[in-house]
Design a protein around this ligand. Sequence first.
Ligand SMILES: Nc1ncnc2c1ncn2[C@@H]1O[C@H](COP(=O)(O)OP(=O)(O)OP(=O)(O)O)[C@@H](O)[C@H]1O
Ligand SMILES: [Mg+2]
Length: 233
Amino acid sequence: MQDKIIAFPKKRGATEQASQYYLPVSLTPLIGRELEVIDICALLRRPEVRLLTLTGTGGVGKTRLGLEVAREMVDEYTDGICFVSLAPVSDPEQVIPAITQALGLRETGDRPLREHLQDYLQNREMLLLLDNFEQIVAAAPHLADLLAYCPELHLLITSRAPPDKASTYPAGLSAREVEVLRLLTQGLSDAEIAEHLVVSPRTVNTHLTSIYRKLQVTSRSAATRFAIEHQLV
Ligand SMILES: Nc1ncnc2c1ncn2[C@@H]1O[C@H](COP(=O)(O)OP(=O)(O)OP(=O)(O)O)[C@@H](O)[C@H]1O
Ligand SMILES: [Mg+2]
C-alpha cells in the first residue's frame, strides 16, 4: 500500500500549475541500491540521455529504484517529476491519456489529446516516470513523438522483463557480471569498464568484488583465465 505526497521542485522558474505532481511514498526504508541510484542519476543528467529504461523481473525493485531516483532529482527539473502508473493500462492508445491524466490536464473539446499534451510539455523541463511499460511496448512510437516534440522532456521507464539467463552462467554470475568480466578479459582497466558501461568506478568495483568472490579468485589474470576456460569471451 502506498500513500501519496506532492513533489515540489525547488528550482526557480517552475510554473505554479506544473509544480505539483505526485510521487508515491515508500513506507519502508530503502535497502542498498545506493550505487544504482547514483549511476541512474548520472545517466539522466547527461543531456543526450532522454529516455532510460529500468528492466528486470517482477518484484526485483524497479519501481522502488525509479522512485528513489525521482526523489533524489526532484529539484533538478524546473517543472518537476511526474509519476505515471501504467499498470492498469493494456491498450497502447491509452498511454497518452494516462500521462495526460497524471499531469492533471483537462480534455480540451475537439482538440486531439496528443496535441494538447505535446503543447503542454513542449517548453517544460520535466521527467516523467512511466511505471510498468511492459504491457504496452507498442506505444513506443508515441513516446518517440513526445521526445521529438518536447526538447526538455526526459523519460524514466520501468518495464518488466522475462527472467534473464543468469542462472545459466557459471559460478552464479549475473548477466551484468559476465559483461564486466568480458571487458576485463579484453584488457580494459576499471576506469575504462566504468566508462564503457556508463556506471561509476565504484559500481565496477562492486561488480569485481562479487565476481572474484563467486569465482574464488583474487586476481585479474585468474578471473580472465576463468572467463576463457568457460568460453565467456
Ligand atoms: N532496495 C529496496 N529496499 C527496500 N525495499 C525494496 C527495495 N527494492 C524493492 N523493495 C520493495 O519490494 C517490493 C517490490 O519492489 P518493486 O515494486 O519496486 O518491484 P518491481 O520490480 O517494480 O515489480 P513489478 O515488475 O511487479 O512492477 C516493494 O514493496 C518495494 O518497496
Ligand atoms: Mg513495479
